[in-house]
Design a protein around this ligand. Structure first.
Ligand SMILES: O=S(=O)(CCO)c1ccc(-c2ccc(C3CCCC3)c([C@@H]3C[C@@H]3c3ccccn3)c2)cc1
Length: 235
């Protein structure tokens, strides 16, 4: 793999997420939303009076693979089909076939000032030998970039987000070619560390997060189920 200027950062953050994903949420996390298989947890954390609550979501989605979920989350061309909280998104640099930098303007959430964000976004397949299916992940991590100048009144968000997906084959048929969508499901873990980048009233931001994250995850997963329904399975 040819290295690029962010290769070491990407490697470090991916390894951090792989360590963190299995940490349990039994201590210090509040279950803020449950809808069927979807469980959304949050820890209340403030840094210099700014709410930076970590968010962790676990979900099991039937009929799609982790590769499919990560592909639709990472690929740029689908972004505005499922993302309803953005005014715009654009790729500003491609670092390698699995890593790009994008710039986004988020819809304004009154009373906060409008936020924009600049992330490197990396997709990766981690094939753990003993398991039958690999783990797929996408990490979105804030980076600065000359083509994403900070322009007031917009406030630059700081975020570290990961979508980590395991694929499970239920009652695998003897011949792998015969696997159907009803035989597969995906265990998804979504973690988001978002610092709004400037002061937002705590109660308002906590209310927005509590409403928007579950909505965002439900909309995204429903979108992927719909898009993949009649397509060949992408393992
Ligand atoms: O998964 S991603 O990487 C998908 C990239 O397209 C991602 C998701 C969400 C955000 C995000 C951006 C802004 C805000 C706030 C901060 C002040 C005013 C807006 C929030 C707060 C938590 C609430 C929120 C949660 C979900 C969706 C929108 N709003 C979240 C950033 C990246």
């Amino acid at each position: 793999k040819d290295k690029h200027r962010l290769s070491d950062d990407v490697e470090r953050i991916v390894q951090e997420h792989l360590k963190y994903v299995s940490e349990d949420v039994s201590h210090g996390w509040d279950l803020i939303h449950q809808d069927g298989e979807m469980k959304v947890y949050r820890r209340e954390v403030e840094e210099n009076g700014i709410v930076v609550d970590p968010l962790k979501c676990f979900h099991t989605i039937k009929g799609v693979t982790g590769h499919e979920l990560c592909q639709y989350f990472w690929e740029f061309q689908y972004r505005m089909d499922w993302e309803t909280t953005l005014d715009s998104t654009k790729i500003i640099e491609v670092l390698d076939p699995d890593t790009m930098v994008f710039f986004q303007v988020h819809k304004r959430v009154w009373p906060a000032a409008q936020r924009d964000s600049c992330f490197w976004s990396h997709i990766r397949c981690i094939s753990n030998s003993e398991e039958d299916q690999p783990t797929w992940l996408v990490v979105n991590y804030t980076t600065s970039h000359p083509l994403a100048p900070i322009k007031s009144p917009q406030v630059r968000l700081v975020a570290n987000v990961a979508l980590i997906c395991e694929t499970i084959i239920c009652e695998p048929p003897l011949n792998p070619q015969d696997i159907k969508r009803e035989n597969i499901q995906c265990k998804l873990t979504y973690v988001a560390f978002v610092n709004p980048g400037g002061w937002v009233p705590s109660a308002a931001l906590r209310g927005v997060a509590k409403r928007e994250y579950p909505r965002f995850l439900k909309r995204f997963t429903s979108y992927v189920i719909e898009q993949t329904r009649n397509k060949p399975i992408l393992f």
